[in-house]
Design a protein around this ligand. Sequence first.
Ligand code: PLP
Length: 363
Amino acid sequence: MTEIDSLLRADLRGQSPYGAPQLDVPVRLNTNENPHPPSAELAAEIGAAATQVALELNRYPDRDAVALRADLAAYLTGHAGISSNPALTAAQVWVANGSNEILQQLLQAFGGPGRHALGFEPSYSMHRLIALGTSTGWVPAQRAADFTLDPDAVAEAIKAADPAVVFLCSPNNPTATALDLDVIEAAYAATRGLLVVDEAYAEFSSRPSAIGLLSGRPRLVVTRTMSKAFAFAGARVGYLAADPAVVDALQLVRLPYHLSALTQAAARAALARSDELLESVEAVKVQRDRIVDELRALGLTVIDSDANFVLFGGLPDAAATWQRLLHRGVLVRDVEMPGWLRVTAGTESETSAFLVAMTDLQQ
Ligand SMILES: *Cc1c(COP(=O)(O)O)cnc(C)c1O
């Protein structure tokens, strides 16, 4: 053990950090980013907003990001299929540097030493890693062989573990499967703790959002991000919708002035053009469906996708396929599930490059 290892918290020793490779290759389809960059007009508007804010950078930003939270509440009310319910307000929304920071704040406030969180694997590895980082115990529950979850199995797993925090992910990364609301309702009824539904990919999904279930469910939290559908991963903006009491609780653990004035201004400029940003969602879904069809035609096992990525299996050696694709300039994700890989839907030409390479490899 090195000197630093001996100083490190014992529960962190020997663990591996989150680390999708950031390689400079022509076709990058490994982190579920939106392949369509913001338009030059939007980039100019973000620049103008940043210039405005720069004139006041001697001051701390709005600690509560109230204007941005109001914009996010308006976006959710207009887009999440919840318009029949009362409109969401800024008091029900919290925003941070990516939804990962939101998840960390949730576990800092509601998890921690002596408590545990439960998730249904395979799922987003950061749920487990953020639990580790906040000294929250982790209970891995299992999905069915086809990666689906049914209400009874979910309720049973939750009741058996009685966790402080339950994670559901819909659409789920890396399987791309989405949940029907009856699963979320069953999970809520089964838990005494906080139920966090990670909806990072909601805009790509055909299923209704859990946001429609918030009313009357004070322990339900729905997390969202601008990193995927909004094509805004580089800006680091994630948020949640929940009961105002949850938002209040997070004030105890958030760092003061956590979200920079530049980030707040950039996010508001982008949200003002949310319709334009979301136009690319339809184009991405076309490529996603194309990937599903063409990989099936190659004889691979492909999970139906409600997200902007596809999980495909039936590979004798997934690591070798990953390497051969990289050799052809195509980076996909090795999700460490034997026989499976995950690919993000790219632009039409990126997707073609991936499919041509896969066709080569299958011959
Ligand atoms: C990409 C992703 C996130 C997003 O993280 P940000 O910190 O908002 O970029 C959250 N949850 C899941 C399941 C994801 O795949």
